[in-house]
Design a protein around this ligand. Structure first.
Ligand code: PEP
Ligand code: MG
Length: 557
């Protein structure tokens, strides 16, 4: 059991304070696998009755929750409720119970049959496999008399605690009721962090000591400090939360342009994934797009779109930011972003395999056609020298070839700095291209040799790691000497405190999830360039990520 007034430390990923009772995401039940899966003939009708009651309870809870939610959340819940009472599922479970299966085993086995069917059908049906698993876990929990698994749906504010959140857990997260999220696992680029950032919910990940905090304990979460304080003084906690609410209101009213208190201009830009995302981003005070991840438009494209089709997608993004900076990144397919028409299925280690610019080794036409599509979109939108950058550049030769292909089409070439070699040789790379953008997500992954998707490595995949900061400094310094722009477009740019350090290191643009723009802009406006530079110098002397973070907080918050 946890001591009172204990601060549990993790990695803060979304700034903000929340004070409320905690509630855990309940784990999935252990599914029945053993010999207790069969009952004698006399008990079979009773099993069917038990099964029916459990399914009805689960379906009616989901229907009720659908009725109290709106929009996409209501749709997801309604569809899951309908799936729970699907006739086909009922028949399959009925057959199994008639042959002697317990209600639990019939639930597990009938749903397993449907999972196989849905996976074979592919497309939208395959996407519903997660829902089937969710229904199975709920019904089995109900049968075993366990609490409902998954994310709770509170009626009053809570701080949500979890091991980690999967995308499917999050359809119903309501920021009005979820005042904070803290997870034991996860890192700054985990799904939990991305979702919390999108919803603007204060969030701490990798808080490994959370496990002893009981449901109902009052906790103060601080997403900037990365702490969860259990048993905090209620009055002080409330006062802090109110002060934070005032800060958040100030964030809402920030309208740009990005600059430090003493007027040094900093481009504060948005990361987007397609036309709709770009139009949504245009509603935020971003000065343009610093990263358009083109591969995200094609995650379900079985065939490579034609040049004209690609051009119409790229045009949509250019059109959302007329006359403003838009940086289009060529396909970074592979590894964590598989694109069906460019697969390399036999890779032992996809993150170190054929991804990004390397796709051109096997199929040079892929890049050529994408650049043609971008050039066509630029022409259609009247953009004179559209900015295009290549991901996963590791050698100067790759940068030179890419730059030549861009210039042939009157495109302005840039590269991502994601591989440590690009930071170490930044001056040589900058001699070839017009600009660089540091992808801190991958730069951190490759510098620390830690999979950015692995929740258990969160402490390593932290852009505050001193080695990562030093590589960023190298790239920034090369930009200053070459007088060419170098920015950051990884998640690090969305951390207001780190944003100040990045500016202090000499970076000229920061690109981030659109809803992080205002908080970063406001923070930059509260500090001078000199303070940022002093902060950067102090942080570079630190030898641990935690020390670097708290040094920056001390000097710049
Ligand atoms: C990065 O690596 O930081 C980056 C911006 O690219 P992505 O997250 O798409 O890999
Ligand atoms: Mg990357």
């Amino acid at each position: 059991m946890i001591d009172t007034a204990t601060a549990i430390t993790g990695t803060g990923v979304v700034a903000g304070l929340g004070y409320a009772p905690v509630q855990w995401v309940k784990p999935a039940p252990i599914l029945p696998l053993g010999h207790d899966r069969l009952v004698g003939e006399a008990l079979r009708d009773a099993e069917v009755t038990r099964w029916k009651a459990a399914v009805e309870t689960v379906a009616s809870r989901l229907t009720l929750r659908a009725a109290t939610n709106s929009g996409a959340a209501a749709e997801v819940l309604g569809a899951t409720a309908a799936l729970a009472t699907d006739r086909g599922l009922q028949r399959a479970a009925g057959k199994l119970m008639a042959a002697g299966s317990t209600a639990e085993a019939a639930t597990v086995d009938s749903i397993a049959q449907f999972i196989v069917k849905f996976e074979k059908l592919g497309g939208l049906m395959a996407e519903r496999v997660t829902d089937l698993g969710d229904i199975r876990n709920r019904v089995v929990s109900e049968l075993l008399g366990l609490p409902e698994p998954g994310v709770p749906t509170p009626v009053a504010p809570i701080i949500l605690l979890a091991e980690d959140l999967a995308p499917a857990d999050t359809a119903t997260l309501d920021p009005a009721l979820i005042h904070g999220i803290a997870t034991r696992l996860g890192g700054p680029t985990s799904h939990t962090a991305i979702i919390a950032r999108q919803l603007g919910i204060p969030c701490v990940v990798a808080a490994t000591d959370l496990q002893d905090v009981p449901d109902g304990a009052m906790a103060l979460i601080d997403g900037a400090a990365g702490t969860v304080e259990v048993g905090a003084d209620p009055e002080q906690a409330e006062a802090k939360v109110q002060a934070d609410a005032a800060r958040r209101a100030a964030v809402q009213s920030w309208k740009g342009p990005g600059r430090t208190q003493d007027g040094t201009a900093v481009e504060v830009l948005a990361n987007v994934q397609d036309g709709a995302g770009a139009r949504a981003a245009a509603k935020y005070p971003a000065a343009g797009v610093g990263l358009f991840r083109t591969e995200l438009c094609f995650l379900s494209a079985a065939h490579e779109p034609s040049v004209a089709e690609q051009a119409s997608i790229y045009s949509e993004v250019l059109a959302a930011f007329p006359g403003q900076k838009v940086v289009i990144r060529t396909l970074d397919a592979g590894s964590d972003k598989p694109v069906p028409f460019v697969v390399h299925p036999d890779e032992e280690n996809p993150a170190l395999g054929v991804r990004g610019i390397r796709l051109g080794n096997a199929d040079p036409g892929l890049l050529e056609r994408q650049l043609d599509g971008i050039a066509l979109a630029a022409e259609q939108q009247g953009v004179a020298s559209a900015k295009v950058m290549a991901p996963m550049i590791a050698t100067v030769d790759e940068a030179r070839d890419f730059a030549a292909a861009c210039r042939q089409r009157r495109l302005s070439p840039g590269i991502m700095v994601e591989v440590p070699s690009a930071a170490l040789l930044a001056d040589a790379f900058l001699a070839e291209v017009d600009f660089m953008s540091i992808g801190t997500n991958d730069l951190t992954q490759y510098t620390m040799a830690a999979d950015r998707m692995a929740p258990s490595l969160a402490a390593l995949t932290d852009p505050w790691q001193p080695a990562v900061l030093r590589l960023i400094r190298l790239a920034a310094a090369a930009g200053t000497s070459a007088q060419k722009p170098v920015g950051v477009c990884g998640e690090a740019a969305a951390d207001p405190l780190l944003a100040c350090i990045l500016v202090g290191l000499g970076l000229s643009s920061l690109s981030m999830a659109p809803n992080a723009v205002a908080a970063v802009g406001l923070q930059l406006e509260s500090v001078t360039l000199e303070q940022c530079q002093q902060g950067a110098a102090a942080v570079l002397r630190c030898t641990t990520a935690r020390e670097a973070r708290s040094m920056a907080r001390e000097l710049l918050s």
